[in-house]
Design a protein around this ligand. Structure first.
Ligand code: ASP
Ligand code: MG
Length: 401
C-alpha cells in the first residue's frame, strides 16, 4: 500500500463530467489499496473570473481581500469533488488549506509555504477515506488567508507529498506529459518518458507551461517522485526525478518565452562599478534580469543591454531613466517585441556542437540573434517575437527531428 498525492488542474475539474472523471481516477487508486490525498485547483477559468470581478470594483484591492476572494475558487472544487466521490461510494472529506495545515509567510498573493502541519491530514487519512485539499491557499501567522501565486496548486501538491513522505505525487493535467516542445507550436513534439529535476526546472522557468517552477524546486529539494500525466487519456505520463535515464537524446526540450522585454542603457561610463549600480538598482525593486549584453567600450562609454519580464519593463525603464545621471548614460531604450527561445538538456556543456547546431538552425531560417546566454544545461537566444514559433520549430527539428 502506497501513499499517493494526486493533483488535478482547473481544466480537469472544469464541469460535472470532468469532476466525475476525476472522482473515478481517485476512487480507482483508493480501491487498489492506496492512501490518496487529492489536491485540486479552481474549476476552469474560475480564478480569472474572480480576478475580473474584483476588477469591476477596484484596480487597487488589498492583497488580503484578493486572497479572501481567490481562495473561494478552490473551496468550490474540493467540496464538489468530495460529493462526486461519495456518489461513487468512495468516502472522502474536503479540507481547506488552513485545515490541511498550510502555514505561509505574510506575503499576500505570492505567499511562500513555511510548513505543512500534517496532524489533521494524518488523522483523516487514517480513517480509510480520501482527503481532498484545496490547493493554492494557506494561512499566515495572523490567521489570514493567503494564496501562493498563479498556478500555485502544483506547489501545494508537492508540499503535501514532501511533508507526508508520499511515495508518488501525480500531477494530472490536460496534456499527456512533458513534451520536447509545446505540441501546439511543434507538430512533431515528442512526449518524454523521464526528465531530471534540473531540466524540468529550466523548462518550467523558460516558459513550458506544464508545471509551476516553484513546485519543481520543492520536489527537487525533498526528492519527491513526480509524474505528469493526463486526466483525460489514461496513458503513462512523464516521470520527473533526480537523474533521468540515459536516452541517447541529450536535448530534452525547446522552450519559448514571449513575456520578455529588452532594455538598453546607452553610452554609460566605461568605468568599474557601472554594472553593479544598474543591476543593484533593479534588484532592490525585485526586478529579475536575465540575458545581459555589454558592448565593447569606445571613447570611454559602452552600452548595457538586458532582458526583464514584460510585466516589469515599465518600472525598470522609469527607474533607470530617473537615475540615468548616476551612470553617465545618454538614454534608455526598450523593445517589447522580443522572445527568448531556449534549448535545455543536462550534459550539453561537454558537447561543443550544441550551440553551433542551434545557431545554424536559426541562420538557415534567416533569424537574427540579438543576445545569447548559456549555462551548463541550457542555451537561450533573444530574437524578434515574430520569429519565435519559426525558431522553436527549426531548433526542434535540428535536435529532435
Ligand atoms: N486556481 C489558481 C490559478 O489558476 C491556482 C492553480 O490553478 O494552480 O492560478
Ligand atoms: Mg487555474
Amino acid at each position: 500500500m502506497a501513499l499517493i498525492v494526486q493533483k488535478f488542474g482547473g481544466s480537469s475539474v472544469a464541469d460535472r463530467d470532468r469532476l466525475f472523471n476525476v472522482a473515478r481516477i481517485v476512487a480507482d487508486t483508493h480501491n487498489a489499496g492506496n492512501d490518496v490525498i487529492v489536491v485540486v485547483s479552481a474549476q476552469g477559468d474560475t480564478t480569472d473570473d474572480l480576478l475580473a470581478k474584483a476588477g469591476e470594483i477596484t484596480c487597487d484591492a488589498s492583497g488580503r481581500e484578493m486572497d479572501m476572494l481567490l481562495a473561494a475558487g478552490e473551496q468550490i472544487s474540493c467540496s464538489l469533488l468530495c460529493m462526486a466521490l461519495s456518489e461513487l461510494g468512495c468516502r472522502a472529506i474536503s479540507l481547506l488549506g488552513w485545515q490541511a495545515g498550510f502555514i505561509t509567510d505574510r506575503n499576500h498573493q505570492r505567499a511562500r509555504i513555511r510548513k505543512v502541519d500534517t496532524e489533521r491530514l494524518e488523522c483523516e487519512i487514517g480513517k480509510n477515506q480520501v482527503v481532498v485539499v484545496a490547493g493554492f491557499q494557506g494561512i499566515n501567522r495572523a490567521d489570514d488567508l493567503t494564496t501562493l501565486g498563479r498556478g500555485g496548486s502544483d506547489t501545494s501538491a508537492v508540499a503535501i507529498a514532501a511533508a507526508m513522505k508520499a511515495d508518488l505525487c501525480q500531477i494530472y493535467t490536460d496534456v499527456e506529459g512533458v513534451y520536447t516542445a509545446d505540441p501546439r507550436v511543434v507538430g512533431k513534439a515528442k512526449k518524454l518518458a523521464e526528465i531530471s529535476f534540473d531540466e524540468m526546472l529550466e523548462l518550467a522557468t523558460l516558459g513550458a507551461q506544464v508545471l509551476n517552477n516553484r513546485s519543481v524546486e520543492l520536489a527537487k529539494k525533498y526528492a519527491v517522485r513526480l509524474e505528469v500525466l493526463s486526466s483525460l487519456n489514461p496513458v503513462p505520463g512523464t516521470i520527473v526525478k533526480e537523474v533521468a535515464a540515459m536516452e541517447g537524446m541529450m536535448i530534452k526540450g525547446v522552450a519559448k518565452d514571449e513575456n520578455v522585454s529588452a532594455i538598453s542603457v546607452l553610452s554609460v561610463h566605461d568605468v568599474p562599478g557601472i554594472a553593479f549600480k544598474v543591476f543593484s538598482l533593479l534588484a532592490q525593486r525585485k526586478i529579475n534580469v536575465d540575458l545581459i549584453l555589454q558592448s565593447v567600450g569606445r571613447d570611454g562609454t559602452k552600452d548595457l543591454s538586458f532582458t526583464v519580464p514584460s510585466t516589469d519593463r515599465k518600472a525598470a525603464v522609469e527607474l533607470l531613466t530617473e537615475q540615468l545621471s548616476r551612470f553617465g548614460g545618454t538614454g534608455v531604450q526598450y523593445d517589447d517585441g522580443v522572445a527568448k527561445v531556449s534549448v535545455v538538456g543536462a550534459g550539453m556543456q561537454s558537447h561543443s556542437n550544441v550551440a553551433s547546431t542551434m545557431f545554424e538552425a536559426l541562420y538557415e531560417n534567416n533569424i537574427n540573434i540579438r543576445m545569447i546566454s548559456t549555462s551548463e544545461i541550457k542555451i537561450s537566444v533573444l530574437i524578434d517575437a515574430k520569429d519565435a514559433n519559426k525558431a522553436v520549430n527549426a531548433i526542434h527539428e535540428a535536435f529532435v527531428g
